[in-house]
Design a protein around this ligand. Structure first.
Ligand SMILES: Nc1nc2c(ncn2[C@@H]2O[C@H](COP(=O)(O)OP(=O)(O)OP(=O)(O)O)[C@@H](O)[C@H]2O)c(=O)[nH]1
Length: 428
């Protein structure tokens, strides 16, 4: 259902694309199968129904809205496209997942992580069903989200896993179901792990009310964030009311995580100078809460100092929300001191953001970011693999590194080759 909304909300783009049959055809090849399946809309017998003049600018969904019907029809067709065994797999996973079975949740996440084009389509059908199920739950919940998504980031060794373990145990003890998803940027490039190959959160991983999923060990950051977004939906469908998304403060993964959660928490160790140099100013701006970790024993004094420094620094930053001023707190996962207070601050944040619908607004904006990251990932992959580009890429890269041609000119030429291949195929 939500995907329907993303697509319909971005009808200007969809319409622009669908108006051009050759681009549309290429997008079908890109694996954007939800677009491909709109081609046989029984109402209009073609994909361009979204550009119908009477629907221009229409944003409301309902039985009289043709765009809605067409997209729904497309999704229905998508389901019908599955073979018998594929449909049985989707049904089995959906029933197991919504019944709260961890094995079904794990298998469903594996399915959305797949690189296999056909399995990807099967995964999208499952995801649609889970989205519809979750939308119904939200409707029954008075239109409010059924789960709270929290992103946690911090430099390596900041104490993230110890913190999540203690907070997670406290929450399951209070009757919550907690899932922990990881986005590890190093897994994308090296297949290794910045978050440590050691077994993390040993106690929480034995807790039947918790579900821990490490980062996929391959793929691009874009791919990993897409599957994490989808894994969040699956976890929520499986009844996990608290979803923690952990990442390490390296590269762009923190920003990606900040774009997929309701609240973004930065964990900072009580270290000074160089150790804190790696923390990007940009990410501090995104933090709704900063927690100074390891505030125990000899580390209490430096932890207090860091708390004071960050409190002053945050005052200088641009305000992100009308209803919330970011806070800086101290906690120790070893002694447990400050942990309940940190959680209660997180709850205050959620309540404040829900009260004036800011949280729902943030989620809506994130859907658009998610859609665009999907488009970027697919289009870039298609560009790189296209025959008109693939063969000449090494040559252009070499010329650019040698300084023979400028990066701008190389990009222009490659893009020109790429787009001229569309005109050739459309005119033929
Ligand atoms: N004194 C003290 N040490 C802590 C605390 N929390 C974590 N540590 C220690 O800090 C080190 C790193 O903790 P982790 O929880 O593994 O940190 P992390 O950020 O998950 O680290 P990576 O997995 O490498 O990203 C370990 O040696 C912990 O024992 C705490 O509250 N107090």
């Amino acid at each position: 259902m939500l995907l329907v909304i993303y697509i319909v909300n971005n009808m200007t783009i969809a319409a622009a694309v669908l108006k051009m049959p050759h681009i549309y055809h290429k997008m079908g090849q890109l694996g954007l199968s939800f677009l491909r399946s709109t081609r046989t809309c029984p109402l209009h017998h073609r994909a361009v129904m979204c550009s119908h003049p009477s629907y221009k600018g229409t944003r409301t969904l309902g039985p009289s809205c043709q765009k809605h019907r067409c997209v729904s029809t497309a999704l229905g067709q998508h389901t019908q496209d599955l073979t018998g065994p594929e449909q049985r797999l989707v049904t089995k996973l959906y029933q197991g997942l919504t019944g709260g079975q961890r094995a079904s949740l794990a298998e469903s996440i594996t399915l959305v992580e797949t690189q296999h084009p056909r399995k990807k389509e099967v995964a999208q059908v499952l995801l649609q069903k889970v989205l519809a199920y979750r939308a119904e739950q939200e409707r029954q919940n008075g239109g409010q989200p059924v789960a709270f998504r929290v992103g946690l980031s911090g430099p390596p060794g900041a104490g993230k896993s110890s913190f999540i373990e203690v907070v997670g145990k406290m929450l399951t003890g209070r009757g919550h179901k907690v899932s922990v998803l990881a986005v590890d940027p190093s897994s994308c490039t090296t297949g290794g792990s910045l978050m440590g190959d050691k077994t993390r959160m040993t106690e929480l991983s034995r807790d039947l009310s918790a579900f821990i999923r490490p980062s996929p060990t391959s793929g691009t950051l874009g791919g990993v964030t897409r599957t994490t977004n989808e894994a969040i939906v699956l976890c929520e469908g499986a009844g996990y009311d608290i979803v923690l998304v952990e990442t390490v403060g390296v590269g762009q993964s923190e920003f990606a995580v900040a774009d997929m959660v309701d609240m973004f928490v930065l964990l900072i160790p009580p270290a000074g100078g160089d150790e804190l140099q790696g923390i990007k100013r940009g990410i501090i701006e995104r933090a709704d809460l900063v927690v100074v970790t390891k505030s125990d024993g000899d580390l209490v004094v430096p932890a207090r100092r860091i708390q004071a420094e960050y409190t002053s620094a945050l005052k200088l930053l641009r305000k992100q929300s009308k209803s919330w001023n970011p806070k800086v707190m101290r906690a120790s996962s070893h002694t447990g001191e400050g942990i309940p207070e940190v959680w209660s601050k997180m709850e205050s944040y959620r309540d404040a953001m829900l009260a004036n619908s800011e949280l729902q607004g943030r989620r809506r904006a994130q859907q658009k970011v998610w859609m665009w990251s999907l488009i970027q990932e697919n289009v870039l992959r298609h560009f790189q693999n296209h025959t008109s580009v693939r063969d000449s890429l090494p040559y252009f890269e070499e010329q650019v590194t040698k300084g023979v041609i400028s990066p701008g000119l190389a990009a222009d030429l490659l893009l020109k080759n790429f787009s001229s291949s569309f005109s050739v195929s459309s005119s033929s």
